[in-house]
Design a protein around this ligand. Structure first.
Ligand SMILES: Nc1ncnc2c1ncn2[C@@H]1O[C@H](COP(=O)(O)OP(=O)(O)O)[C@@H](O)[C@H]1O
Ligand SMILES: [Mg+2]
Length: 506
């Protein structure tokens, strides 16, 4: 391994059209430490690291490795200097084996023949050393996400990376896998590696890092030693003010469920079983959280309840009415609201204006429409009120929705859906890709809606969100509910359930 003692970024500035992604950012990392880069979505973390890895060129600023100013023009340059990066979205070739992926782009030791056996042996040895066990002969697409991530880390280590940049590595992992990853990261620093750990999750940063640099709007807010700071301080630095993260939770007050799902089965887009004989119920004044690793049938469950996907068997009953396989229009008319996971394709019509989107679903009802004619004044007043009340930042009511940020689109959808005073709200990944300010706002609104009596089915891959909001947590694994547990369940137990290893009391 080429020794890296220190890497320093000085006053890095980077513009994209209309955005200053990095504004005179200085940051450094040393051998043997984990330096966390913390910030909300869009704060500029990935951009800064892509500059260090040679994927982007800075407009201004300097990079020094071991006190020497250097230019990094490409990832090849970065790799030669001993800098490796594990991206947020993996870059493995799915149909290749693990060893083939590792060998890709490297010279074989016995050219022109391949030396995959040699690669495999060294991989196994590296895996043993750092707790990253994978089968070199496994085909990548057959591996679980957590294992693919190991391959990415091994790929960097195989290329002798002395500094490894990990961009939001825990986003795709179960809590148990996060623990395993953290063990590996400590083994890496023990052997003199330097690590940059990107995250927007405060408790992870508190747990694993030695130092933290907080970015906000492309600027450094500060760099602190982890042992000298608190989660609360970091949150304040990240958002610029105090953040509320826990709310009082009233108990489920009704014995009569608003939503009753019984023995429901549905298929995925590929025609495979995605929801398997699943039953659950949600009461008025209650949030039932569905936790699970992405791709375990959560999306299909939400779509089936909302009438966007066929139920193969079983039933969906809302307020005593059987809505199984009814049309979305009929379901909406039954006081069911839906915040879809795919908000840009299912939640809004991108090219329509804010005003048009605000009345999508309700446009046929009085008072917005009388005798099949729109009452434009009523529509405008209604929209203006929603936009104000839900703090949707838009230049005008006639701005096309596609020009708004993710957080504002989500607030608009929320406004539209909640304005109907639904009896049941299905919220699928309501804050994914949304900044922390909007997230906090959306959380408050969900809590308020619960207090007003709405039954809420919250589907989220963000365990922190489920823990903060849900009155009960149902863990979904391979299309089934493997257990329903209270929100004070230890996170490790939830993790085991999410990985299919443990059943909770249900
Ligand atoms: N390739 C790009 N082209 C244009 N804008 C970009 C590009 N990459 C990032 N941005 C913008 O730069 C800002 C910072 O983004 P990013 O570095 O991805 O933030 P983070 O990783 O902290 O979420 C955002 O406003 C984002 O929209
Ligand atoms: Mg990023």
């Amino acid at each position: 391994m080429t020794q890296i003692n220190s890497v320093e970024l000085h006053n890095i500035t980077k513009h994209f059209p209309g955005v200053r992604a990095n504004d005179r950012v200085s940051f450094d990392v040393r051998a043997g430490e984990i330096h966390a880069l913390l910030g909300e979505n869009g704060a500029g973390k990935s951009t800064l690291m892509k500059i260090l890895y040679g994927l982007y060129q800075a407009d201004a600023g300097e990079i020094r490795v071991n006190d020497q100013p250097i230019k990094i023009k490409s990832p090849t340059d970065a790799m030669r200097l001993g800098i490796g990066m594990v991206h947020q979205h993996f870059e493995l070739v799915p149909v290749f084996t693990v060893a083939e992926n590792i060998a890709l782009g490297l010279r074989s030791s016995r050219e022109p023949m391949t030396d995959l056996d040699v690669v495999g042996k060294r991989l196994v040895a590296l895996g043993e050393q750092y707790g990253l066990r994978v089968d070199p002969n496994a085909i990548v697409w057959q591996l679980a996400v957590g294992q693919q991530q190991r391959v990415e880390i091994l790929k960097a280590l195989y290329r002798d990376a002395a500094l490894v940049i990990l961009d939001e590595p825990t986003a795709v992992l179960t809590p148990q896998e996060v623990d395993d990853l953290f063990v590996t990261l400590r083994k890496l620093t023990d052997t003199g590696h330097a690590l940059i750990f990107i995250s927007h999750k405060l408790h992870e940063v508190m747990k694993i890092s030695d130092r933290v640099t907080v970015l906000r709007d492309g600027r450094v807010v500060g760099t602190v030693a982890t042992k000298d700071t608190t989660q609360k301080d970091l949150a304040r630095m990240m958002v610029g003010r105090d953040v509320v993260t826990a709310w009082d939770k009233p108990e489920c007050q009704s014995e009569n469920a608003v939503l009753r799902v019984e023995k429901l089965s549905a298929l995925s887009d590929k025609g495979l079983p995605a929801v398997r004989n699943l039953s659950l119920q949600v009461c008025a004044n209650e949030i039932l959280g569905i936790a699970g690793v992405s791709g375990n049938g959560q999306r299909e469950l939400a779509e089936t309840i909302a009438g966007l996907r066929r139920a193969e068997s079983g039933s969906v009953v809302v307020n005593g009415r059987d809505l199984t396989n009814r049309t979305p229009a009929e379901i909406i008319a039954s006081e069911v609201a839906f915040i879809p996971e795919e908000r840009m394709t299912m939640g809004v019509i991108r090219d329509f204006t804010v005003q048009e989107n605000a009345i999508l679903e309700t446009h046929a009802n009085a008072p917005l429409s009388r005798h099949t004619l729109f009452d434009f004044r009523a529509v405008q007043t209604h929209t203006r009120q929603l936009v104000r009340e839900y703090d949707v930042k838009t230049p005008t009511l006639d701005t096309p929705v596609k020009a708004l940020s993710g957080g504002n689109i989500q607030k608009l959808i929320l406004a539209r859906e909640l304005a109907r005073q639904p009896k049941l709200l299905i919220a699928a990944q309501p804050t994914r890709g949304v900044d922390i300010g909007a997230t906090e706002y959306i959380h408050k609104r969900l809590i308020e809606q619960r207090a007003q009596g709405t039954a809420i089915l919250l589907i989220s891959e963000d365990l922190d969100e489920v823990l903060a909001l849900a009155d009960r947590i149902a863990v979904m694994y391979e299309g089934e509910i493997v257990g329903i547990v209270p929100p004070n369940t230890p996170i490790d137990d939830l993790g085991l359930m999410m990985a299919g290893a443990k059943r909770g009391a249900s």
